[in-house]
Design a protein around this ligand. Structure first.
Ligand SMILES: C[S@@+](CC[C@H](N)C(=O)[O-])C[C@H]1O[C@@H](n2cnc3c(N)ncnc32)[C@H](O)[C@@H]1O
Length: 272
């Protein structure tokens, strides 16, 4: 097997893996949303997001957070940006503007916002460090940038289970194909500070891996879609991926999901 030399080989998110046109991709994103949306909305509301706020949701996926910002938090409007807007366009709601754009392109997003939010997006983009600085530029004075991404909790001393083997293969496979890298995520508070933001905070949420839960179904679906990248690492074969899916569905399962780290920082201004 060739060794991975650090450069992604399979193109970008949505090309080699997680293709939006592949049946079931919207449902996969929705399983992740079901696992995390309540936590995300609670954090955004605790930060004060509410009536009058103009919001940007970067890599909005199926738009569950964008819609809940409008329906539950009562914000003034949300611009939802994604490289592929088919899922966003399926469920239009008043106040939701949709823009198809690659956020790594110059001037992908016009305007300034009081909230800029990106969840499970930057971890997949090799330009993440530059993008954090650019997203901070999209804030109006007193606005807040909120980033959420995965933190891998399978440590060196995690006993080998079908789950931990599959997780290691998934992270390495995604890194080799599209450049996903979650090792950066714990640095987000520092990167937000370096982008000129203040009152930086962060927290981690780990949903329980219970059989049939949205997060267990999310990982099973994610492994199915990244199976070729996983097996190409040589760390797991098809039978190993199948065993990991069965393990997730069984009462034997005793593992920690990857967590979601949420970090935020405020642009100095009248309210910050
Ligand atoms: C894992 S999904 C997360 C969706 C949503 N933020 C959520 O948490 O439910 C990642 C999303 O980022 C989008 N995305 C990936 N690369 C992008 C890019 N370069 N520009 C814009 N969107 C991108 C994908 O199309 C996908 O909808």
């Amino acid at each position: 097997m060739e060794r991975f030399d650090g450069s992604p080989s399979g193109g970008r998110y949505g090309e080699a893996v997680f293709r939006p046109e592949q049946a079931g991709e919207g449902e996969r994103i929705d399983f992740g949303a079901l696992a995390y949306d309540d936590v995300t909305l609670a954090r955004l509301r605790a930060l004060g997001v509410g009536p009058g706020w103009r919001c940007l949701d970067v890599g909005a996926g199926t738009g569950t957070v964008s819609r809940r910002l409008l329906d539950e938090a009562g914000v003034a409007g949300v611009l939802a940006v994604d490289r592929d807007v088919r899922f966003l366009a399926e469920r239009p709601v008043p106040g939701l503007d949709v823009r198809e754009a690659d956020i790594t392109a110059p001037d992908a997003v016009p305007g300034r916002f009081r909230l800029v939010h990106a969840r499970f997006v930057l971890m997949h983009l090799p330009e993440r460090e530059r993008l954090i600085a650019e997203l901070a530029e999209r804030l109006e004075p007193g606005g807040v940038l909120v980033l959420s991404d995965a933190v891998d909790l399978t440590g060196e001393r995690t006993p080998g289970t079908p789950y931990s083997t599959a997780m290691r293969a998934m992270w390495e496979g995604l890194r080799a194909t599209i450049g996903t890298d979650v090792s950066w995520v714990p640095s987000y508070p520092r990167l937000l500070r370096e982008a000129g933001l203040v009152r930086v905070g962060a927290e981690v949420h780990v949903p329980p891996l219970l059989p049939g839960s949205p997060i267990s179904r999310f990982w099973a679906d994610t492994w199915e879609r990244s199976r070729a990248a996983m097996t190409a690492t040589g760390l797991v074969d098809d039978a190993g991926v199948d065993a990991a899916v069965r393990y997730l569905e069984s009462e034997e399962c005793a593992a920690l999901s990857a967590g979601m780290l949420t970090a935020w920082g405020w642009k100095p201004g009248p309210d910050a």
